[in-house]
Design a binder for this molecule. Structure first.
Ligand code: ADP
Ligand code: ZN
Length: 745
């Protein structure tokens, strides 16, 4: 018999439902401890496994030995392992895969250590760019009279040879006009250089003091503080209209947690991880903040991860994956914009960071604050049932009014800009104020249609139409990036007359320039923000007043605080209503309310013009009338009748493959097995489908789906775990199971 103390349990990052036992050779016994990675033989491969603990016994007699231990320090705590286990069981995803998802990718690119000490040698990915100014040789002669500040700046540029824009701003304060002037005069030149990135280095932040809270903020803070003082898990829904001061409540609640010696985890949608938000935290707390976002290279992310693991950061701000941050003694978890779909991971481990925050919060006995101006329908319901403690901020800070909204019926008109919106835009421009115009579609035309045969241009790989991008001169598939020169000819009948249908942001930008030729119009969508830092540059041009109108997709709807924006226009308010998704109305309401909330956040009151074809739809009416309560009531009635969350729990099976027949056969087999399990287990679940997915073909794969609905979670989970044991999926077909699906397409 083997000494059981030398058998360890190891999780392997593969799609296997079980963990494995290994023997530890004498030489590795001091190192092979829980929380570290080990190189293990697996079949005829060597894999990285995660040591979960000592196994007291093993049913297998001829166990293999581990080859090497890969870490000197544990990578996760016992508490974190509990969290990983919970996640693995809830999402029915192998534990090894959960651990792999939780650890930073950069951990695998560190060089293998020898026996001694630290492993500092890792390769970072591609570093971001930063503007630099320097003085070319050729220009000395043309010195004109650019003003005293500009001359001083010029002297510094000359002296230093080259200097970053950030360093110049540190020295001279705002100096964009001077730098622009010097560059125009040919006295300095702008260049982008690759630099190693420190998320905060470029921000000279002035220390920001806590604000005196208004009554509602104070009540919210007191409730959260009481929970922190009592060391009790309490989940809160902080429901505050746009501009009501939610962020100030977060900041002061975090202060309180820090004073108590506890740490803070802040989850935000990826798009909110701009210098605007992080700057506010930096200004309030100084250092000790770690930031995790997708702009970091694997190496940089691993660096941040290690700072957190070693207790050098007490506040962690990040997108959804930050829910797995190695932060200990968590006192408070904040999920800002809790309604955002981006908290859900759409492949691999399909977790929802918003939901997991409640689980981790409970394990840490933390306060969990879910904040939003437009909470999820399910959160409103949970608050009504007392499962979330409701904290309301019903008014804007400083008594600022909610904007005045005008709803314009488009009655079949094909114009992008109605007379009412055009008039408001002109007036705002003449008053030298800023406007935002929102249209949730990018490109120039949603699609091109042949006027000869009537067929639209479609993607050969996906069952969607191609979007016409005029600037690029291409028709483009937004799913697989397939592109053809455009406008081009009809692939069906070679007809040359293609007409443009459905306007996108590019067309809107074009029409705005026609309406106001001298206005400075910016466009923000995924076409104009693909470059590193381009998003920030667009935002800063709005903030420093060097733009008049910002056009954009949902990217502009969220989180940004532009005090000078007094007009918001919404073109095609129902763009998102047509989606074959039970959340279409909820999403439309949230998006419209968020966009409307961008107006009038500063001194001057805001106005909004919403253009819609379907002005009677309850989501549109409620958003334009600031009638959130009315919307939630009506939406909950719909959900109850149709049997959707919060009145049912869902799991979505996605069956896909390259051959249509194989996919359809496997979908039928899956549905039959589910039906059989339903009757064997006598559970109350409903099986909907199989049916073709709304996007039937995607990147060449045919797709079918089955929706499993249960009135309680345990029934649903029993069926799923039995299905996993019994199903046999051929190699030609892929089946994924998504618990609590968000994307129904
Ligand atoms: P929200 O997060 O709800 O959209 P913010 O927290 O961004 O709102 O607050 C909107 C603006 O009001 C910000 O500029 C913020 O600094 C300011 N603010 C928040 N609370 C107060 C307060 N109690 N007194 C004065 N200004 C405040
Ligand atoms: Zn495609």
């Amino acid at each position: 018999m083997t000494d059981p103390l030398h058998i360890i349990e190891v999780a392997i990052p593969l799609y296997l439902d079980r963990t494995f036992h290994y023997l530890v050779p004498e030489s590795l016994r001091a190192q092979a401890l829980t929380g570290r990675r080990a190189l293990v033989p697996f079949g005829n491969r060597k894999l990285t496994g995660y040591i979960l603990g000592i196994a007291s016994e093993s049913a297998v007699s001829n166990l293999k030995e581990i080859i090497e231990v890969l870490d000197n320090e544990p990578l996760w705590t016992a508490k974190e392992l509990d969290f990983f286990r919970w996640t693995s069981s809830y999402y029915q995803h192998p534990l090894g895969e959960v651990v792999r998802t939780a650890l930073p990718a950069g951990i695998n690119i560190q060089t293998r250590k020898g026996t001694s000490g630290e492993q500092e040698d890792f390769t970072g990915g591609k570093a971001p760019r930063k503007e630099k100014f320097y003085m070319p040789d050729t220009v000395a002669a043309t010195l004109r009279q650019p003003g005293a500040k500009a001359l001083e700046i010029l002297a510094v540029i000359r002296e230093s040879g080259d200097i970053s824009a950030a360093d110049l701003r540190k020295r001279f304060g705002a100096c964009t006009p001077q730098l622009k002037r010097l560059t125009e005069l040919g006295l300095s030149r702008v260049e982008e250089r690759e630099v190693y990135r420190d998320p905060f280095k470029d921000h000279i932040t002035t220390r920001d003091e806590p604000r005196l809270l208004h009554t509602h903020q104070k009540a919210a803070l007191d409730a959260i503080s009481a929970c922190l003082d009592g060391d009790l898990f309490t989940p809160f829904l902080l429901y505050g209209v746009t501009g009501s001061g939610k962020t100030e409540v977060y900041l002061q609640a975090i202060s309180h947690a820090l004073e108590l010696g506890r740490n803070a985890l802040v989850l935000v949608p990826e798009i909110a991880l701009t210098p605007q938000l992080t700057g506010r935290f930096q200004a309030r707390f100084g250092g000790g903040i770690a930031i995790l976002h997708s702009g970091l290279s694997d190496g940089e992310r691993y660096d941040e991860w290690r700072r957190i693991r070693r207790g050098l950061a007490r506040i962690v701000i990040g997108a959804r994956s930050a829910i797995f941050a190695p932060l200990e003694k968590i006192g408070i978890i904040i999920v800002d914009e809790e309604h955002e779909a981006s908290f859900k991971q759409s492949d691999g481990l399909r977790y929802n960071a918003r939901d997991l925050s409640l689980v981790r919060g409970q394990m840490e006995r933390a306060a969990v604050v879910l904040g939003s101006a437009t909470p999820l329908v399910t959160s409103i319901h949970a608050a009504a049932e007392g499962r979330l403690t409701l904290l309301e901020l019903p008014e804007r800070v400083a008594g600022r009014p909610m904007p005045l909204v005008e709803l314009v019926a488009m009655n079949g008109s094909k114009e992008t800009l109605s007379a009412a919106l055009s008039a408001q835009l002109t007036e705002t421009y003449l008053q030298k104020r800023q406007a935002i115009v929102f249209l949730n579609r990018r490109g120039f035309a949603t699609f091109l249609v042949c006027t000869d045969c009537g067929k639209p241009l479609t993607c050969p790989n996906c069952s969607v139409t191609l979007t016409y991008h005029r600037q690029r001169g291409q028709s483009l598939c937004h799913y697989c990036d397939y592109a053809v020169p455009a406008p081009g000819t009809c692939p069906e009948c070679s007809g040359a007359a293609l007409s443009e249908l459905g306007a996108g942001t590019e067309k809107l930008e074009h029409d705005l320039k026609e309406l106001l030729p001298t206005a400075r119009v910016l466009r923000m969508d995924s076409d104009t923000t693909s470059g590193k830092g381009s998003h920030e540059r667009l935002l800063s041009r709005m903030n420093d007043g060097s733009a008049d109108i910002l056009v954009g997709t949902q990217m502009i709807a969220k989180g940004h605080d532009f005090p000078e924006v007094t007009l918001v226009g919404v073109v095609n308010a129902e763009a998102s209503l047509g989606m074959p998704d039970f959340r279409a109305a909820e999403r439309t309401f949230q998006l419209l309310s968020q966009v409307i909330g961008r107006a009038g956040r500063g001194e001057n009151p805001g106005r909004v013009v919403v253009q819609a074809y379907d002005t009677e739809h309850y989501a549109i009416k409620a958003a334009t009338e600031h009638d959130a309560a009315g919307f939630y009531q009506q939406e909950l009635e719909f959900r109850r009748e149709a049997g959707y969350p919060p009145f049912a729990f869902l799991a979505a099976f996605a069956i896909s493959g390259l051959t249509e027949q194989a996919v359809s056969d496997q979908a039928d087999i899956t549905a039959r097995l589910l039906a059989q399990l339903k009757s064997e287990l006598k559970v109350r679940v409903e099986i909907l489908g199989p049916a073709p997915s709304p996007i039937y073909r995607l990147r060449n794969r045919f797709r079918r789906q089955i929706l499993l609905k249960g009135s309680n979670r345990s029934d649903l989970h029993r069926v799923l775990s039995f299905w996993r044991q019994r199903s046999a999926v051929p190699a030609t077909v892929r089946i994924s199971v998504d618990i609590d699906p968000v994307d129904m397409m």
